[in-house]
Ligand binder design. Sequence first.
Ligand code: NDP
Ligand code: OXD
Length: 308
Amino acid sequence: MAFLYKADPARGAQWAKLFAQKAPDLPFHIWPDHGDPAAIRYLAAWQPPDNPTRTFPNLEVVFSVGAGIDQFDLSSVPAHVPVVRMIEPGIVEGMVEYVTQAVLTIHRDLFDYGLQQQQQAWRELPLMPAGQRRIGVLGLGVLGTAVLERLRLFGFDCAGWSRSAREIEGVDCYAGEGALDRFLARTDILICLLPLTPATRGLLDAALFAKLPRGASLIQTGRGPHLNQHDLLAALESGQLHNAILDVTDPEPLPAGHPLWMHPRVRITPHIASATRPDTAVDVVLDNLRRHREGLPMLGQIDRTQGY
Ligand code: NDP
Ligand code: OXD
């Protein structure tokens, strides 16, 4: 019985060290070294190999090393093999930090002050109290909920949107397509923390931007293909959107010379909003292996019919 890791090898080396300490009886391999293929029962990957059970006939569980699962070809993982995405405190902490700094950057007008600095202009802009700034998070899952719970502490007017109805203390929760327009109409800073599925691909487009109050801003921490980048540029040009902070793009990276790279009202980071932290993730994976052995549901097991 063995565990195979197929993602960034430097992080794999950290996983290997932690497995050696915490699960010394479970042999751990880092792709492409997989030892005896028949011994591989568990695979953790950013992208699994094609038809993993053809190579590893005794595979029992596939783990995503990321919170998102869209980079998997789920059709090549047989239905009897559960697929488990990453829910672990390190990813949550990183995302809360990233989105908080992005919201504060927009809320405290740092884009505008940056542009003023380039003109050597010392000019005070009106300060809006947090209670008057309306934050809206698309996606009320593990990450969206944690982000809202932190932003609420600053006193922002917080709301969120999800597929099914949710309740979060101090947050106005909207559910389903029928509630989307009302949610957008009250949102000054829109944060995308949705999974990428056929239903959410391209959701951030001109039609959606038009439903936000004029001058709203976007923080995109979901997946690049949620966003129609051409529509974003047009919305920034027209003033419908004021600023955008993008941690994910399509493709990643954007090609050299892409207009988003140089846009004065766009800030881009290279998909670093958050990442799985080996020290916290390995404990979660080992606990899921225990649950699997005991026939209990695993934390983060995805619903293949929804694709997340
Ligand atoms: P979850 O699965 O916990 O939450 C997803 C949320 O989105 C749920 O509230 C779900 O609704 C909602 N949702 C899904 N589909 C729809 C839809 N069609 N309409 C409305 N709401 C919908 O995911 P996480 O919070 O853990 O992660 C969210 C995403 O964040 C990941 O899938 C990934 O894309 C991105 N991510 C980005 C990172 C980065 O560094 N940039 C790092 C980690 C993740 P419901 O509650 O009803 O199920
Ligand atoms: C993830 C990511 O999904 O890093 O975890 O984007």
